[in-house]
Design a protein around this ligand. Structure first.
Ligand code: NAD
Length: 253
């Protein structure tokens, strides 16, 4: 999609914005006029993203925030910091922060199960809760929350009992949030990427990718921007009648 003013005047918080899908989403949202609050765990990854963002539409500006999304106190400070920095609360939230700790379930360590649930599921909950509380408190309506789940939430994947459970949880939780937050005019949807080329999938062995490819009707892995475009649609008013949905972006996998 060419650059437009689709998100002009809006503040968007994007977690995991220092890499992969989160970074591509920051770039596309900035191109479309949003002011972006980029969130990740390290300042260096944030600096790289911020340096790549255009800021020539409608007085937009961008800020970076180091925060761990699985820490409730850090998340509350982050959301308050965003409202201070932009002088209004964010109305768009993309939860792209996520981790894997793959292992066959017979050998999976309890701490690797807990850590994946804590970041992917609880982190998404904490972010949605803090942003919606800020919006409700300041009586701002017209929000869109986009939670990045995964196609493995619905199909399972060997070695990912923890990850697939966390991402299935994101889908159910997003549907509940959609029902609870619609009266505040906040829409909540999840996006289910298939295999997308990012630092996360760089860790997947070449032989596993070769096995996956024949199962993808469109014949290739996806690009981070394929997910970013779906997030842009869900963030903008073009999707104003869509809430509680979970959208596959998988090349047909
Ligand atoms: P990535 O590893 O490139 O980016 C994830 C980012 O999240 C990293 O910058 C990381 O530092 C950040 N992060 C991790 N834990 C965090 C925490 N506790 N607090 C704040 N930031 C944290 O991965 P990606 O491929 O861009 O993945 C983005 C999202 O898409 C993830 O939720 C992932 O599970 C999901 N996803 C990816 C694929 C894929 O094929 N790449 C497929 C399905 C779903």
């Amino acid at each position: 999609m060419a650059a437009s003013n689709l998100l002009a005047g809006r503040v968007a918080i994007i977690t995991g914005g220092g890499s992969g899908i989160g970074r591509a989403t920051c770039q596309l949202f900035a191109k479309n006029g949003a002011s972006v609050a980029v969130v990740d765990r390290t300042q260096s990854s944030l600096d790289e993203t911020i340096a790549s963002l255009p800021s020539d539409i409608d007085n937009q500006s961008h800020e970076s925030f180091v925060a761990d999304v699985s820490d409730g106190g850090a998340v509350r400070d982050l959301v308050a910091g965003v409202a201070d920095a932009f002088r209004k609360p964010a109305t768009i939230l993309v939860n792209s922060a996520g981790i894997t700790r793959d292992q066959l379930m017979l050998k999976m360590k309890e701490e690797d199960f807990d850590e994946v649930i804590k970041v992917n599921l609880k982190g998404t909950f904490l972010m949605c809760q803090a942003v919606s509380q800020a919006m409700v408190k300041s009586k701002v309506t017209g929000g869109s929350f986009i939670n990045i789940s995964s196609v493995v939430a619905t199909m399972g994947n060997i070695g990912q009992a923890n990850y697939s459970a966390s991402k299935a949880g994101v889908i159910g939780m997003t549907k509940t949030m959609a029902q609870e937050l619609s009266r505040f005019e906040i829409r909540c949807n999840s996006v289910l990427p298939g295999f997308i080329t990012t630092p996360m999938t760089d860790k997947v062995p070449e032989k596993v990718i070769k096995m996956m490819l024949p199962m993808i009707p469109l014949g290739t892995l996806g690009e981070p921007n394929d997910i970013a475009e779906t997030c842009l649609f869900l963030a903008s008013n073009k999707s104003k009648y869509i809430t509680g949905a979970s959208i596959n972006v998988t090349g047909g996998l």
